[in-house]
Write a protein that binds this ligand. Sequence first.
Ligand code: NAD
Length: 236
Amino acid sequence: MSAAGAGIGRASALAMAAEGAIVHATDIDAGALSTLAAEHENIHCAPLDVTDAGAISAFAATAPIPDVLFNCAGFVHDGTVLEADDAAWEATFALNVRAMGRMIEQFLPRMIENGGGSIINMSSVASSIKGVTRRCIYSASKGAVLGLTKSVAADFIGDGIRCNAICPGTVLTPSLKARMAAGGDYDTAFEAMLNRQPTREMATPEDIAGMVVYLASDESRVATGQGFIVDGGWSL
Ligand code: NAD
C-alpha cells in the first residue's frame, strides 16, 4: 500500500494488520514509516515515492505478490480552474492518477498469476460525485480515479481481480489540519469544515480504514467497480 505513514493510510495499515494481514507499507516519509513499523509486527515498511516510476518498479521487483493493493497517496490542490497552472495540473495528476496506474501496472499481472485479488484506489466525494469549491484540479483527478477503477474492474473481472474506490468526505488527518491552519485561522476553518457535515462530525482515519478492511476482505467478494462513499452525509 502507498501513503501509509500518516492519516487514512496509516490507520488502514494498522487496521489490516490487526485483522491478521501482513502489510507491506510504503510512504515517501521514511521517518513516519519507522514509527509505523514499531506499532505492529505484521507491518513491513519500505520508503517509496509513488511519483518515481523507477522506484515503483524496483519496489515491485522485491515485494511479495499481494492479495490486496491499496493505492492511497494523493495531493489536495487548493484553487479554482483560474488558479491552476500547468505545473499544478501535472503534479496533481502525476500523484493522484498516474502513480496509481503505475502501481497497478506493476502488481496486476502478478496478482492475476496468483489467482486474483483486490485493488483499492483512494478517490473522494470531491470528484464526479460532488462539486466542491476550490478543489478544481483535485476533483478532476479524483474523478479520473473513479474512471481508472471502473476500467480495471471491467477489464480484469474474469481474472479474479476486483477493483474498487473509496470516496471519503472530510477526514481529520494531518494534511487536513495543515490545510485548515494554512489560512491563518484554524478555528474558523475547522468550523467551516464541520458545518458542511450534516452529522456535525468530522470522520476519523479509522472510519475510512474500516471500509479499506471490508474491500480487502472476502466479505466484499461480489463488490467491484464501485466508488464507496464514506462521507457523513456530505454528498446527500
Ligand atoms: P495525507 O494527504 O496527509 O498523506 C498521507 C501520506 O501520504 C503522508 O504520510 C505522506 O508522506 C504521503 N505521501 C505524500 N506524497 C507521497 C508520494 N509522492 N509518495 C508516497 N507517499 C506520499 O493523508 P490523508 O488526508 O489521509 O489522505 C490520504 C488519501 O485520502 C489521499 O489520496 C487524499 O486525497 C484522500 N482523501 C482524503 C480526505 C481527507 O479529508 N483527509 C478526503 C477524501 C480523500
